[in-house]
Design a protein around this ligand. Sequence first.
Ligand code: COA
Ligand code: AMP
Length: 637
Amino acid sequence: MSYSKKYIESIQNKEQFWEDQANALSWYTKPKTILGKDKYGYPQWFVDGKLNVSYLCIDKHIEDGHGDQDAIIYDSPVTKTKEHISFYKLHQEVSKLAGGLQALGLSKGDTVIIYMPMIPQALYAMLACARLGVIHSVVFGGFAPHELAIRIDDCKPKAIITASNGIEIERIIPYKPFVDEAIALAENKPEHVIVYDRNLGVEIPSKTYDIDYADLVSKSVSIEPIPVESNHPLYILYTSGTTGKPKGIIRDSGGYATALKFSMKHVYGVDEGDVYWAASDVGWVVGHSYIVYGPLLNRNTTVVFEGKPIKTPDASTFWRVISEHKVKVMFTAPTAIRAIKKEDPNGELIKKYDLASLKYQFLAGERCDVSTLRWTEQHLNVPVIDHWWQTESGWPMLANMVGIERLPVKPGSATLPVCGYDIQILNDNGKKVADDVEGFVAVKLPLPPGCLLNLWENPERFKNGYLNRFPGYYFSGDGGYKDEDGYVFITGRVDDIINVAGHRLSTAEMEEVVASHEAVAECAVFGVHCDLKGQKPLGLVVLKSGNSSNSQTISKEIIKDVRHEIGAVASLKDVLVVKRLPKTRSGKILRKLLRNISDDLEYNVPSTIDDVTIISEIEHVYKQNQIGIHKNIINHE
Ligand code: COA
Ligand code: AMP
């Protein structure tokens, strides 16, 4: 079948289309109502269906005779460990952990935070929660205790599941001490902290709320999956918004399972039994959808990789994993490829491995620049597919749906809308723009199954942030344009969110921390171009008059504060002291102008600026501090 036929079917006959896809799953109660609405009028899928996602990811495959197949391959260059985990073993681990959680008093509708490195126990924890109808919220390990505390106070978990430690390049990340610090900071104290000791000789501080993971599992009994309603939340995943407070994206169960199963075959082109690898982290949406739930729902073997594209031990790691585990489809962020390309510009390390198993290389998480696309195509010699989506959607919105029909690639475009997404480019007034004209990227409601249900305990923010801007549409927060063939080109965020090494961060949140430094009178944090990470944050600060400390000391303190409050992942390494910031006459800081000057982009000096001479002052500070696109370590071909 052709892409266009399938796509049109999904838009014109959506209920039939998604009912057919839902039939690919084993429901306890098949849904009769395919598309309904919640009390806010927002679409809900399969409301009267009942299922259990943990059952579909594990038990179903055992019942079908595939218990011996590898469900997970854990490959950890940082601990030099490899482990093959069959569906039988996964069942044992998950059902017993679920039994342990139940024995601790956890039941359907409770919340649990999971703060863990990339180890199989993180997946066991997610699947054990799903088995009970307990709503998990995984927090990325790169976030500091303060950020964890914000999430604890928002979703009020009964328990936290964590590990003794994680391992970054040559650095131990003390997960358990971070959890203790976060609990001390939070107002809502969880009853239990379940700690998985990795036995790597790291000291684990002990608290009265601690429960040993291994002990809990060994003493507990296996339990059966509990049927839940289709729109019962499977998880909450916090993501950066345009304010200092992260947003808790709520994901349903039935719509998500249907969409993921569909995407594995039709977007990624994998069949049951194939090995699939998303080199991301379970703390991000890519990890939820394509390390855990998507591949396991589709009975793929998923690779859990605890390492980096470089330095663990070198830039050949990805190729070793592909060849050793016979990966058919791989998914990573362009930034990972740029990191590899910088270390191995001619792809010499790639030649050392047999990559015959690899059929497609998918990229997402940030804009894919043309030179990264070309380099990857040239050296891997397989189709390289850029695709666009976000935490909110939970699965791809734009892609080259290779499982249906592989279309020509246009560099810079993530190709065409995925089945179910009616994507339009709108102007400020909500009217569709002409071809090649840039506008706001919006999706006509209803969104297909799998997308966000709402924001955790914040429906107002949900409506204001996504639905009110263009009535009848979901607003993605991205800008872009369509060409005459309908290919969509995403040009970047139109808000204060930045994308650093494929990690989504809020500059507003960083600004809050910077502004709280005692010497700072006012400040701006915004994203500037970075050849490796795509973007990086830059902070400009104006100091209070009469301040006696030296500017360099203040900059260092601010950088430390941001790392301490938000976490290492914020990657704020440049904070410059300036005399003043460019503003409009009404006092609004011109952040876009500041960014464009740094990125060497064309800019018009707004007529509303209060004083034009500031621009040359800023240019001078950038030059002095080697900030700017022309100063970066560029490795273009
Ligand atoms: N736990 C604790 N700290 C973490 C962490 C984690 N899970 N992940 C990252 N960090 C830390 C890093 O150690 C680094 O600390 P440093 O400033 O002390 O060096 C900091 O957070 C910034 O991390 P990152 O932006 O990832 O930079 P990096 O230099 O460590 O690595 C890349 C650069 C490009 C190799 C890496 O970002 C990468 O592999 N990116 C791919 C991203 C990806 O898969 N994104 C998911 C969407 S698909
Ligand atoms: P996240 O929610 O962390 O997945 O980040 C989503 C954001 O990343 C999107 O809103 C985009 O701004 C950006 N993004 C993701 N994938 C792409 C892509 N293929 N091309 C351009 N931008 C992307």
